[in-house]
Design a protein around this ligand. Structure first.
Ligand code: AP5
Length: 220
């Protein structure tokens, strides 16, 4: 399964990508998580990305494309992957097409998840993220079993992301509609786009995504 998950900030891409990755036993390739790992590890790329991300803007396409190509060449991604938060601009979409050609593989589906912006604001203001393993919680619907402790790795740094402040969320939504939404037109002719409403429960959205996928790619 080779899948792109598209959608605005807070729609649930990361949550669903993790589930899909587990379901299909393939990696979740989340450019936001990869960039946050660079920031945590204080790499040159992390230092370059930090202020861009805090302002809700996008990291340059060439940096992202190099990072993703290197990741997709790793052994565990050879049989499939879930792309979460990438591509995010039409040039990234064009770059991905070239990467997939170099790898001699094709996409199975592009799942576009949608919700109203009010829901995004409410979900993101109660999100908490583990700085150690990037696990995502929600204080309202999906809190960690022990407050402040990550269920997945036991880490104790469950933080509110710097870019989850209301004014930055609004900026990220603007950036999404200006720069990412046009990807749907870019991919229109592929026939791979599946529109899935993201306003149900996490389980409901997961089932809708699975039901939207081409049967032959689920069996493969
Ligand atoms: P990134 O980390 O990719 O952020 P995003 O796309 O804005 O998406 P989010 O992580 O905010 O939300 P999500 O859709 O994954 O929702 P989640 O599952 O967490 O990017 C961050 C920044 O990095 C960018 O702004 C940019 O600067 C940079 N960047 C990243 N990729 C880039 C790229 N390709 N090019 C350039 N720059 C790039 O869910 C949100 C909350 O809702 C959680 O609390 C969750 O528990 C809850 N929730 C999920 N589903 C449901 C549900 N069905 N019902 C109720 N609550 C739910």
């Amino acid at each position: 399964m080779r899948l792109i998950l598209l959608g605005p900030p807070g729609v649930g891409k990361g949550t669903q990508a993790r589930r899909l990755a587990e379901y299909f036993t393939i990696p979740q390739v989340a450019t936001g998580d990869m960039l946050r790992d660079h920031i945590r590890d204080k790499t040159d790329l992390g230092q370059q990305a930090q202020s861009i991300m805090a302002r809700g803007k996008l990291v340059p396409d060439d940096v992202i494309l190099a990072m993703v190509e290197a990741r997709l060449r790793e052994q565990d991604a050879l049989d499939g992957f879930i792309l979460d938060g990438f591509p995010r601009t039409v040039p990234q979409g064009v770059g991905l097409t070239a990467i997939l050609e170099r790898l001699s593989v094709t996409l199975d589906a592009i799942v576009s998840v949608t919700v109203h912006s009010d829901i995004v604001l409410s979900r993101l203001s109660s999100r908490r993220t583990c700085t150690q393993c990037n696990a995502v919680y929600n204080l309202v619907i999906h809190p960690p079993r022990v407050l402040g402790v990550c269920d997945a790795c036991g880490g104790t740094q469950l933080i509110q992301r710097e870019d989850d402040r209301p004014e930055t969320i609004r900026k990220r939504l603007d950036v999404y509609y200006e720069q990412t939404f046009p990807l749907l037109a870019y991919y229109q002719s592929t026939g791979l786009i599946r529109e899935v409403p993201g306003d149900g429960t996490i389980d409901e959205v997961f089932q809708l995504i699975l039901a939207s996928l081409p049967e032959e790619s689920i069996r493969a």
